[in-house]
Design a binder for this molecule. Structure first.
Ligand code: PBG
Length: 337
């Protein structure tokens, strides 16, 4: 039987023409991920002599003061110009005083880094007390054991000033207390730090994806509790709008959605809504899932990491906090060598 004659003029829309070569695909790509979009989350632990690996975050460590300095230098050489610090203290107490003590581990580390890299790297500090509280909550507990919103704001205000004094360019409140951005802005301005920016974790969900992070900072919530009383319910998208607008009204300079891949709809909604920079946090569980599946040979981890980070950017986040930052920067350096 004679083959059917080729169809002519149909289909008229043929997107595959532009997918034929890598160069063509690059030409028409709508989204570009760059090293300057990324922020490296880094952990610094008080009173250790050697960096300690974090089992559930392969490739990520708890740094010593010195290894942190070396890491930031190396990241800068690779073109990474933004880091966010988390502290692991020796002592914890009910108020989380290590978060605002001028000699608390993050403040000490900020001073080190400010001396090393000056303004060439953006130094961000996560602003919360959960790494420092004996009960593991992001605030002070009242007599019924729930987190006291307004008493907590006073602690955040002190922590913001301590971080700014130590050299943070950006403070990033992550505790999801109502009014936290306003309290911090007022405290910073009152202490002469009106130039210090606030990256608000505005829409932070009570996610199951923070597990490895809690290993990284040694946080266990007392009594098997959770953070559902202050972090957002994952059933809610419109509520993220309320949170973001409240933070902007109180003086947030950038807003963040967290986690990232399970909340791409929220990222897209917020990107449409506001004109300030929008960030997203590709969190520890998102990183760990990719690394674990890749270690089993079940997915190609590099491909999936790139796919997820690009999706976060495509959804509308111009800034991404991710544990893949160093990997991505090394990849780019390799490709351009
Ligand atoms: C709170 C804080 C958390 C993360 C960033 N800041 C933990 C939490 O809310 O329980 C999680 C980050 C991650 O999972 O990578 N200080």
């Amino acid at each position: 039987m004679a083959p059917a004659p080729p169809l002519t003029g149909f289909p008229t829309v043929r997107p595959r023409r532009l997918r034929r070569t890598a160069a063509l695909r690059d030409l028409v790509a709508e989204t570009e991920l760059g090293v300057s979009d990324l922020v490296a989350p880094l952990f610094v632990r008080e009173a250790i002599d050697e960096p300690r690996p974090i089992e559930s975050l392969p490739g990520v460590v708890q740094h010593t003061r010195d290894s942190l300095r070396a890491e930031v230098e190396q990241l800068a050489t690779l073109g990474v110009r933004s880091v966010i610090l988390f502290g692991v203290p020796v002592e914890k107490d009910p108020l989380g005083s290590g978060a605002y003590d001028p000699d608390g581990i993050v403040q000490v580390a900020l001073r080190d880094l400010a001396a090393d890299v000056g303004d060439s790297v953006v130094l961000m500090a996560d602003l919360c007390v959960d790494e420092y509280t004996s009960h593991g909550h992001c605030g002070v507990l009242d007599e019924r054991g729930s987190v006291d919103n307004d008493a907590t704001l006073a602690l955040y205000a002190r922590a913001a000033v301590a971080q700014a004094e130590a050299g943070a360019h950006v403070v990033a409140p992550s505790g999801m207390m109502d009014g936290q951005v306003g309290a911090i802005r007022t405290a910073l301005d009152g202490a002469g730090f009106d130039e210090i920016a606030i990256l608000a974790y505005s829409a932070k969900y009570a996610s199951g994806l923070y597990g490895p992070f809690r290993d990284a900072v040694g946080v266990e919530i007392a009594g098997g509790g959770d953070r559902k009383g202050y972090q957002q319910d994952w059933r809610n998208r419109r509520e993220a709008v309320v949170e973001v607008l409240a933070d902007l009204e109180q003086g947030a300079d950038m807003v963040m959605i967290k986690p990232a891949v399970t909340y791409l709809d929220v990222i897209a909604t917020i990107r449409e809504l506001v004109d300030v920079p929008v960030a997203a946090y590709h969190v520890s569980g998102e990183y760990a899932m990719i690394r674990a599946a890749a270690a089993n040979g079940w997915i190609d981890g590099d491909v999936v990491a790139l796919e997820q980070l690009t999706a976060i950017k495509r959804a509308g986040a111009g800034t991404i906090l991710t544990y893949f930052t160093r990997w991505f920067a090394e990849r780019v350096a390799e490709a351009t060598r």
